[in-house]
Design a protein around this ligand. Sequence first.
Ligand code: ASP
Ligand code: MG
Length: 415
Amino acid sequence: RTSVRVMFTGLLIVQKYGGSSVADPEKIKSVARRVAESAAQGHRVVVVVSAMGKTTDALVALAAAITPTPDPREMDMLLATGEQVTIGLLAMALQSIGYPACSFTGPQVGLITDEVHTKARIRRISAERIGAALAVGKIVVVAGFQGMTETGEITTLGRGGSDLTGVALAAALKADVCEIFTDVDGVYTADPNVVPEARKLARVSYDEMLEMASLGATVLQSRSVEFAKKYGVPVHVRSTFKPDPGTLVTREDDSMEEVVVTGITHDRGQAKVSILRVPDRPGIAAQVFGALGAQSIVVDMIVQNISRDGFTDISFTLPRADRARAEQVLAIVAKDIGAAGVAADDRVAKISVVGVGMRSHAGVAAQMFAILSKDGINIQMISTSEIAVSCVIEDKYTELAVRALHDAFDLAKEP
Ligand code: ASP
Ligand code: MG
């Protein structure tokens, strides 16, 4: 009698489930079944989870009920609790359906970050404990969003940071893929809530995803995409609730360049801030943006006009959540440099047209402006990159602008 030996060479997969996927016990149980499916196929699985549902928002609100200016170290102490709840529950759920599982916090898996509380950057991951647990056949469940400084202080990686944990673990473990399970089933040519005929993209390049993420397509945290690009981690964005493949975020190839416009994004999460009548001399911009940088406030678009009478206005956008803090900082800077004052406007939206094909095709900006003007939409600010053109417009025209652009660039049709 001959026996046939089947060599089972499964993959090493990192799966990340976001807050909406683990919002209640039933959902956690169904995530456990989905994870178990992959394990049953012979894959080694590391699962990264977010806090349940809107837990992190609730924790932020709790802090705000205590003080308007919470100490960042204590904020991290608070925020890191959200994910710890989920890992315990998911590990239990896996065990109760017969799969050996073990949960770890960020610090326990040696995810070491810098000291910038609430927005820490990852320095290194030792991941030894993960390797050891996988080696004895366990499913490893890791808390997203959190890490530890060299001196043992708990840190968090910025909102949406569980994506980064997933990608960083995939890089550290040299995983075959990082699957991001979420409540959308992929990356679309535009937000389907705004454009019903938006089309799911099978593949998108890191650079396009980066533009889309930083431009407000909230599918993936942008730092996680930067990280994935740097380490070449294939990221598969897919639905928690459906089995179909989603969108693969991957290296660019020639076929991607043939498509000029890949997608239209919009971002209502920004505010526009202007410093008025700034004296036009060297060092001013450095002082303004240095002051914001020192507060870890990330500025996006910047526009400065030529000066007429030795004065100019500087306008820029930044996250709406940072607006109040920015105004405080800038009021002082404005006084210092002899500017007339600071004005802020929340009722803005940023609309962008994205595509790697723009590298080799001219005229997209002009087309975009023409489409917006046809609907009488005024453009307040413009910025461009190699693969994107963005306009800041008044908030209330967001839907109109996105639909008009999607239509005019014919994105509903398969290229
Ligand atoms: N729970 C954190 C947040 O809501 C991290 C994450 O979900 O990615 O920002
Ligand atoms: Mg998220």
